[in-house]
Design a protein around this ligand. Structure first.
Ligand code: ADP
Length: 578
């Protein structure tokens, strides 16, 4: 187990900003260097986990055994002496929760599309012998194709005698918990999951919870009675289905199997919900193996052997991310590029860079060495390192691997008619606007001084190159609000003056006991308990929408109870009269 916390991660990934946080973890956006694919990196501090460490182990083991189109895929696990990193499929669409609240509630038709995917995921999870036990719209993420992916298996259970065996641990979020669960009775995990699916279905169709109360005891009483209201917009068929799922007696509840071809679920569909995995575990894809074998100058046989170990290491991650590219119809190619940061952590890379002392592109002296050369050298090193072995003679082979990689890259560019990814990386506004956020990736004390310096100069170096390349587009804090397209997490106002809107919000936040830090038009907000514990964290950004050109407010919850957040943000925005 590596002692240093960050080097193992940064060897393979670029790490960007925090995109979420939960009970145990902070989640950051990242990029897998070798494939260039975006990933989500779930970071957990072992010392903070304490007694919950076994839960993380459960989650990791469960996710290793689950591969399904509606379950978030685990790619890589890195454990160091102080941290656990889980590298996951990145879902850019945010939480289903935010989607519901942005729309108030969903139509029956849209709910049905999502519910199909939820049933599909749950039927698969149950078929593998697991119960999720924490099903809620915060744990369903939306991917770039607007499909749902189930996350957070930290509370899942796999009873030894199979799913029919009773469980005793009371867990999950109270509002979604089945009556038998909160009463502390022994319960069947899959039956409790169906209750939560009922609560979730209700939240989708209504935009609020069937059982809700600030007081936990009152909430528990409501759940055990199982009485909720049916708003007037619910169709009789929806009322019936909800009733069949939210039966207090678990034996009278529908089963997931019955849901697959339930009349409400089937409406407008000719076949029952498809729940079998389209991406079964253990499948070996020829094209991905070929790419990896060519790039690493290893035999296909050895590559297959290494991939088949499914160690959830760099080998597994590279293979699964290449496969993801293939499924999206993109070239099954590894990138001949990587960020400058990576070479800081590989002794071999250092040797190679020193050996060559490459001049900069323009021949001028730059604080950042020639990006092209660095990228090509570094990718070679990744290839050499991915099974943790560096052999004598690898460096010579590395030279030809580099050539092979550049040759194939040229081929890809010609094929796609695109500019090189290399240039896109350097010019990308996404990269430009983000500083490498290393706050959550502390360096162990032994590395601190060196690491701090390296990061500092590195960021400055990168920034300098980027500024040099695109001076006019670089953003500063005094720039105006961002122009963005309408998204579901953006509240539209009828106003056109962004500063006025910003000032209105600024004046209202203290009234609502919300602390904040202002960064341009973004307000990083948080609330605290009486004991100073941060209870909620979220961002509000005043931006300009393109069509219609009005001011919008982008919201993002980073931490805290989703429904409390909903009420607070609604309150802030309505009080600000915008
Ligand atoms: P915890 O186990 O600590 O509760 P979660 O796994 O629920 O942490 O993650 C916390 C939050 O981080 C999620 O609610 C979501 O907003 C964000 N997140 C988690 N995984 C991903 C992912 N794969 N893609 C995008 N965002 C994610």
């Amino acid at each position: 187990m590596p002692v240093d916390s960050t080097s193992e991660l940064l060897k393979h990934y670029e790490v960007y900003e925090t995109i979420g946080s939960g009970g145990f973890a902070k989640v950051k956006l990242g990029r897998h260097i070798l494939t260039g694919e975006k990933v989500a990196i779930k970071i957990m501090e072992k010392k903070d986990l304490g007694d919950d460490l076994p839960r993380v182990k459960i989650e990791i083991e469960a996710m290793k055994n689950l591969s399904h189109q509606h379950v978030c895929r685990l790619y890589h696990v890195i454990e160091t002496s102080s941290k656990i990193y889980m590298v996951l499929e990145y879902c850019p669409g945010g939480e289903l929760f935010d989607y519901i609240i942005a729309k108030d509630r969903l139509s029956e038709e849209e709910t049905r599309v999502f519910f199909h995917q939820i049933i599909s995921a749950m039927a698969y999870v149950h078929s593998q012998g697991y119960a999720h036990r924490d099903l809620k719209p915060e744990n369903l993420l939306i991917d770039e194709d607007h499909n749902l992916k189930l996350i957070d298996f930290g509370l899942c259970a796999k009873p030894k005698g199979g799913l029919g065996f009773e469980l005793l641990t009371c867990c999950g979020s109270p509002a979604y918990a089945a009556p038998e669960l909160i009463q502390g009775k022994a319960y069947i995990g899959s039956e409790a999951d169906v209750w939560s699916m009922g609560v979730l279905l209700y939240a989708l169709l209504c935009g609020f919870l069937p059982f809700d109360d600030d007081n936990c005891m009152v909430l528990y009483r409501k759940i055990t009675r199982g009485k909720y209201s049916n708003p007037h917009w619910l169709s009789p068929a929806s009322i019936l289905l909800l009733n069949q799922m939210m039966q207090v007696d678990p034996k009278r509840r529908l089963t997931v199997k019955q849901l697959l071809d339930h009349p409400w679920v089937m409406k407008g569909y000719s076949t029952p919900v498809e729940w079998q995995s389209k991406h079964p575990l253990g499948h070996i894809d020829e094209d991905c193996i070929t790419e990896m074998a060519v790039a690493s100058k290893q035999s296909r046989q050895l590559t297959i052997q290494l991939v088949s170990e499914w160690k959830y290491d760099q080998m597994t991650a590279t293979y699964l991310l290449l496969l993801a590219k293939k499924r999206q119809g993109r070239p099954v190619r590894l990138r001949a590029e990587c960020p400058v940061i990576d070479r800081m952590y590989s002794p071999l890379q250092d040797i190679q860079l020193k050996k060559s002392q490459r001049p900069s592109v323009s021949g001028e002296k730059s604080s950042c060495p020639n990006i092209h050369c660095v990228h090509l050298v570094t990718v070679t090193n990744h290839l050499l390192h991915w099974n943790g072995q560096v052999h004598t003679g690898d460096r010579e082979r590395a030279g030809s691997a580099t050539k092979e990689v550049s040759r194939r890259r040229e081929m890809d560019q010609q094929q796609s008619g695109q500019q090189g990814e290399l240039d896109i990386l350097a010019f990308s506004p996404e990269r430009r606007s983000r500083s490498l956020d290393l706050a959550g990736c502390q360096v162990d004390s032994g590395q601190k001084r060196k690491g701090g310096k390296v990061f500092g100069s590195l960021e400055r170096g990168l920034d300098k190159v980027i500024t040099m390349l695109t001076p006019s587009k670089k953003r500063g804090p005094r720039d105006g609000p961002r122009k963005i397209k309408a998204q579901y997490n953006v509240t539209l106002t009828s106003q056109t003056n962004a500063d006025q809107v910003l000032n209105q919000i600024l004046s209202i936040l203290p009234e609502k006991n919300v602390d904040f830090v202002q960064k341009g038009y973004t307000l990083k907000c948080h609330t605290q308990s009486d004991f100073g514990k941060v209870t909620m964290q979220f961002e509000l950004e005043v931006c300009i929408l393109q069509k219609p050109e009005v001011v919008g407010i982008r919201r993002q919850r980073l931490k805290g109870d989703a429904w409390v957040y909903k009420h607070l943000v609604e309150d802030i925005l309505s009080t600000s009269s915008i």
